[in-house]
Design a protein around this ligand. Structure first.
Ligand code: F6P
Length: 417
């Protein structure tokens, strides 16, 4: 049966000077919460500004002395806030208000509106004075922004630094002991939690520690073909087939080529034989995670899809009707799989070296959905073929994907659509 979840309606309001990664943090939080099943949406005031008054406003538009500019910016921010509150009233769960919110006055307005609506509010500040981080942010995101399209990069950088200086002159960091806030200092070197109550905001803390993007590859692969794959059986703990053994060799060669000799590579498998056998030839330290075990098919474990269809038509039709939420009797649903993968995702985000994850079809679909920001409901149909390495490399916007089909290519009896 699908499980109903409690809703924890919350407003997360970003705080920070321009180029401190607020939008990156907001999107990352949204991706994570959406994946965990909490409908989350980012309301970015910069986009409202570009849409309503045009992208190319010079730095002085943002000056504290520009009364007209301040008024327009305030109206735009309040418009975005109202849209976010309306979205929450209509069934959204977490609204992320992505603006600088850099003064106490502005934050009081946000607080007031949330209080009127009865929505709990948590501020998330990105506080950073590291010139290297700011320069990287300006280079990697701001100069590519529609604000500076067709502008000489040097002029654009100068203009943007002037804009930052205007905000700096009126900036007030979060320090009110009565407010709920999470302050991320220097991309997660230090994280301060103040008055954080409730399950949802507390769940964000592990994600927000160490926020830097590490552009190292994450390789996702299913185990080599197993004896069950040959027969189209689901679950179980079978050994590899001869073709599966051959894939284990190809995979070891692949890793050797991508990360020669003793370059650091974390190799993670499930606790099931077929993944450990697949990783056995990769000569790096391996960690076996129970959380990476395949979806538990409960009373259907070991059956073929045809057997389930004929012998358990109710299970077959209920699963076909809602494959994402359907929980096998005495087993799991995709939704359950996502919940147990949470610690794997947190660890994956922290890892600085390349990671090779050798796991299973349903589990890899769930991990892929997180990394590629796919709606979790789409998990059950994501294509994760046998004998293929999916390389995902994180960047400021998401992940870049590349697929490598390794020898031997085999037919997939249980690809399950
Ligand atoms: O068929 C291989 C397999 O890993 C099974 O063990 C598992 O039950 C199945 O894939 C998951 O895929 P689907 O959700 O499409 O049935």
């Amino acid at each position: 049966m699908p499980v109903e979840r409690d809703k924890a309606t919350t407003v997360l309001s970003m705080v920070g000077l321009p180029a401190r990664g607020k939008t990156y943090i907001g999107r990352r939080v949204a991706r994570y919460l959406n994946w965990l099943g909490h409908p989350t949406r980012v309301f970015n005031v910069g986009s409202y500004r570009r849409k309503q008054i045009g992208a190319s406003q010079p730095a002085d538009f943002f000056a504290p002395s520009n009364t007209e500019g301040r008024k327009v910016l305030q109206e735009l921010a309040m418009g975005a806030l109202d849209d976010m509150l309306a979205w929450l009233r209509s069934g959204g769960e977490v609204g992320i208000f992505d603006a600088t919110n850099s003064t106490k006055d502005r934050r009081r307005l946000v607080e007031e509106r949330c209080r009127q609506e009865g929505f709990p509010l948590v501020f998330i500040e990105s506080f950073c004075n590291d010139p290297a981080v700011i320069a990287a942010n300006v280079r990697d995101t701001k100069l590519k922004s529609p604000d500076y399209v067709d502008m000489d990069p040097e002029d654009a950088a100068q203009d943007f630094l002037r804009r930052i200086a205007h905000y700096e002159s009126m900036y007030e960091t979060l320090d009110d002991p009565g407010q709920s806030y999470i302050k991320i200092i220097d991309v997660g070197r230090q994280v301060i939690l103040n008055r954080i109550h409730g399950y949802l905001p507390a769940r964000l803390a592990p994600l927000l520690i160490d926020m830097a993007v590490s552009p190292r590859p994450i390789w996702l692969t299913r185990h080599g073909q197993s004896l069950y794959n040959l027969e189209g059986r689901i679950g179980g703990d079978p050994d590899l087939s001869p073709a599966g053994e051959a894939y284990a060799k190809s995979l070891a060669e692949f890793v050797q080529k991508q990360a020669p000799r003793d370059a650091d590579v974390a190799v993670w498998t499930s606790t099931l034989r077929r993944t450990m056998q697949t990783g056995a030839r990769v000569s790096r330290g391996t960690r076996a995670w129970r959380a990476l075990d395949e979806i538990d098919a409960g009373i259907c474990d070991g059956m073929t899809y045809d057997q389930v269809r004929i012998e358990m038509p109710d299970v077959w039709s209920a699963r076909s009707a809602d494959k994402f939420r359907y929980r096998y009797p005495r087993g799991e649903s995709y939704e359950d799989v996502i919940q147990r993968l949470d610690p794997v995702i947190i660890q994956l985000e922290r890892q600085r070296s390349p990671v090779l994850v050798i796991a299973h079809q349903a589990v890899l679909r769930a991990i892929y959905a997180y990394l590629m920001d796919r709606p979790p409901g789409q998990c059950p149909t994501i294509s994760v073929p046998l004998h293929t390495v999916i390389q995902l490399t994180p960047n400021a916007y998401g992940c870049e994907e590349k697929r490598f089909e390794l020898a031997p290519q085999v037919e997939d009896q249980g690809a399950g659509g």
